[in-house]
Design a protein around this ligand. Structure first.
Ligand code: 5AD
Ligand code: SF4
Length: 487
């Protein structure tokens, strides 16, 4: 995840970590402060929220002291994500004691999951809005103003916020998230998302292309198409692949990605998250066809053993997953691959854990997000299985997985030494003013000396050194716009 321009990033990461969305704004009037935790989808949703609230006269602020409304967009994926948010809400409660007019609201997955308990039993917030209720936020804030506790956690079958143009909270940024679908129908047994975000629905492709075109015109050079399972994106198609309205065109994920790639050869396209059971060769072929679709796939495996995958209700076996990896390597030979791994899922034996390690050796992931299993209320796993792997075993297995991944990440970066890669310049490097940084197509962070180029430009960098986290090199060429044939 990139450093979002002016935003102050508390922590970088994936589901369960915090990102503070702030934007300085000098306009007088009602002020909104939004803080986001968790996945990229939450980050993107906060921009939809800022847009809805701006239509009601709110401007976003980076200074919580001047806020009239404080909204916290939350994550439920693991218990520690919820704990962090609860601690933050307690801090906001103290703030409210000093300023009783302050409205504090909770958005996102915890809002949906905990509904009224945060409002009524724990009295931590004034307002609760679930992921499909953001259009109602101005009304909810007004209800609070009349002394009521406001709550809307209704999940929708068709809300995609397609017509809302998100307020980008990183003015001057170059990389934006674009939500293409919401919800998830997969019911992985460990996962709370289908309960908190509801049924899967896809967004009208024309509004997606319009949003990407507009972003490009505003200077953005990278879009990440977001969905819980992008491979099952479908417009005007049923889940069985039948056409809903024969008078209208249909669009699948491969076709959508091509439409977005055609916005401009200088607009990079990324996407997240793919699902191994649904990822088609057609998607891979479109990726191979367009230089501006980045050769990087995040393909969560979760476990390397078929029996665990079955208990996880993932819908594929170890062999199926490895076949998808072979397809990636065949169709896009230089593609970077990352994954998600859970250690210590219900009933995981030592042998099953060893099979996760052996799968990692086969795939040689470039990067991975690794977690200890955390039982979530209401999920299939909570109802069906015992959370029986002791905490210390989960931790030890996690460390083994992390150690292996660090070695693989380092080996992957070492293979890049001597190559010349195309980098989208993001800005000054965090550690040094005389260095700049950006990502290559494979999503590696590349650091190089500052020069006669600025963020938003593409440069060719020859890689000379590396760590497991970063590539270091020299700029050998600054590319003119649309000079995209090099990779
Ligand atoms: N415990 C641990 N990790 C989880 N994830 C999802 N639910 C849980 C859970 N209950 C991980 C999965 C998923 C990623 C977003 O978070 O690996 O792919
Ligand atoms: Fe959760 Fe599985 Fe859906 Fe991902 S695909 S959001 S892990 S249920």
């Amino acid at each position: 995840m990139t450093d979002h321009g002016q935003n102050k990033v508390i922590d970088e990461g994936r589901q369960g970590e915090a990102i503070l969305l702030e934007q300085s704004n000098d306009v007088q009037g009602k002020k909104l402060y939004v803080e986001s935790y968790g996945c990229q989808m939450n980050f993107s949703d906060s921009e939809v929220v800022a847009s809805i609230m701006s239509n009601d006269g709110y401007t976003t602020t980076r200074n919580i002291d001047e806020a009239d409304v404080v909204l916290i967009n939350t994550c439920s994926i693991r218990e520690n994500a919820e704990t962090r948010v609860r601690n933050r809400l307690t801090e906001f409660k103290h703030r409210k004691e000093q300023n009783p007019d302050l409205v504090v609201g909770i958005l996102g997955c915890m809002a949906e999951r905990l509904k009224k308990s945060l409002l009524e039993e724990e009295k931590l917030v004034d307002l609760v809005a679930g992921p499909d209720a953001y259009r109602d936020l101005p009304n909810l804030v007004e209800e609070v103003g009349t002394g009521q506790k406001a709550v809307n956690v209704l999940l929708s079958r068709d809300e995609t916020y397609a017509d809302i143009s998100p307020v980008r909270l990183d003015q001057g940024g170059i990389s934006a998230f674009v939500t293409i679908m919401r919800g998830c129908d997969n019911m992985c047994s460990f996962c709370v998302v289908p309960f908190t975000r509801g049924r899967e629905r896809s967004r009208d492709p024309h509004t997606i292309v319009e949003e990407c075109t507009d972003l490009f015109a505003k200077g953005y050079r990278e879009v990440t198409l977001l969905g819980q399972n992008v491979d099952s994106y479908r417009w005007n198609l049923t889940s069985k692949g039948e056409i809903k309205d024969t008078a209208q065109p249909t669009t699948n994920f491969a076709q959508l990605m091509e439409m977005v790639a055609l916005v401009s050869p200088d607009l990079r396209v990324r996407f997240s998250t793919s699902h191994p059971k649904d990822m088609t060769d057609e998607v891979l072929e479109i990726m191979a066809k367009y230089e501006n679709i980045c050769p990087y796939i995040h393909l969560p495996v979760q476990s390397g053993h078929t029996d665990v995958l079955y208990r996880m209700n993932r819908g594929y076996s170890r062999e199926w997953y490895l076949d998808r990896i072979d397809a990636i390597k065949r169709i896009i030979p230089d593609c970077a691959i990352s994954t998600d791994i859970i250690t210590g899922f219900c009933g995981e034996t030592e042998q099953e854990h060893q099979d996760t390690l052996s799968l990692m050796d086969i795939v040689q992931y470039d990067f991975a997000y690794m977690f200890k299993y955390s039982e979530r209320p209401k999920t299939l796993a909570e109802r069906r299985f015992e959370d029986d792997v002791p905490e210390e075993v989960k931790g030890r297995r996690l460390n083994e997985v992390i150690d292996k991944q660090l070695a693989h990440s380092l080996a992957s970066h070492k293979r890049q030494i001597g190559k010349t890669v195309k980098v989208l310049v993001e800005g000054k490097s965090k550690r040094s003013d005389v260095r700049m940084c950006g990502r290559d197509g494979r999503n590696s962070m590349v650091v190089f000396p500052a020069g006669a180029f600025d963020k938003g430009q593409y440069v060719m960098v020859r890689i000379e050194e590396c760590t497991s986290a970063t590539l270091l090199g020299e700029v050998v060429e600054v590319l003119e716009p649309a000079q995209t044939l090099q990779s």
